[in-house]
Design a protein around this ligand. Structure first.
Ligand code: URA
Length: 208
């Protein structure tokens, strides 16, 4: 199983608060955004740097800045929205695409119902955000679609993953690195991650 579990104590502490069923939507949103920001720090660890020359108040010096590599962030609706702002706080120049996928109740196959992406997909590296990687169907469908449009370098940011979802993404897209705060035990019969945190979309938006 290829997956990077980000076990930073701040992320693990905040995730435990998110899991608690007594945590309300306001706190849930704030914690999720904070975790997303901390995870983005890890996902962007290998962004390329170049040297430039600047003048400090004391002397001229050479120092490093980002090369300006173009990035795109693609939250999968609806729970992915809860992590976008945290990522954008660290990489404000990233463009944001949105993808909506649902599972056809008869074929059980993922069906794309919404897709709005930056125009220059083939020039960008992408972070796909799927907070609850359950069966993995939505993530795989989104990555398929980004690749069809020319994306070559894609990372997947999750909050909690089920082994089933990790296996599917590994199998279908071995080049895509998965980052998560936890790989939980399993999926239950209703497709929920156990122990998980319930329906992330409902908890973010206070629905249900
Ligand atoms: N989506 C969620 O929001 N929660 C789960 O446990 C699984 C999928």
């Amino acid at each position: 199983m290829q997956v990077k579990v980000i076990d930073h104590p701040l992320i693990q502490h905040k995730l435990s608060l998110l899991r608690d069923k007594n945590t309300g939507s306001k706190d849930f949103r704030e914690l999720l955004e904070e975790i997303a920001m901390l995870m983005a720090y890890e996902l962007t660890r290998n962004l390329p740097l170049e040297e430039t020359e600047i003048e400090t108040p004391v002397a001229r010096t050479r120092c490093k800045v980002l090369t300006g590599k173009k990035l795109g962030v693609v939250p999968i609706l609806r729970a992915g929205l809860g992590m976008v702002n945290g990522v954008l706080r660290l990489i404000p120049a990233a463009k944001v695409g949105h993808v909506g996928v649902y599972r056809d109740p008869e074929t059980l196959k993922p069906v794309e119902y919404y897709c709005k992406l930056p125009t220059d997909v083939s020039e960008r590296d992408f972070i796909v955000i799927d907070p609850m990687l359950a069966t993995g169907g939505s993530s795989v469908a989104t990555i398929d679609m980004l690749k069809r449009k020319g994306a070559k370098n894609i990372k997947l940011m999750c909050l909690v993953a089920a082994p089933e979802g990790v296996h599917l993404v590994n199998e279908q897209h071995p080049d895509v690195e998965i980052y998560t705060a936890s790989v939980d035990e399993r999926l239950n019969d209703h497709g929920y991650i156990v122990p998980g945190l319930g329906d992330a979309g409902d908890r973010i938006f206070g629905t249900k």
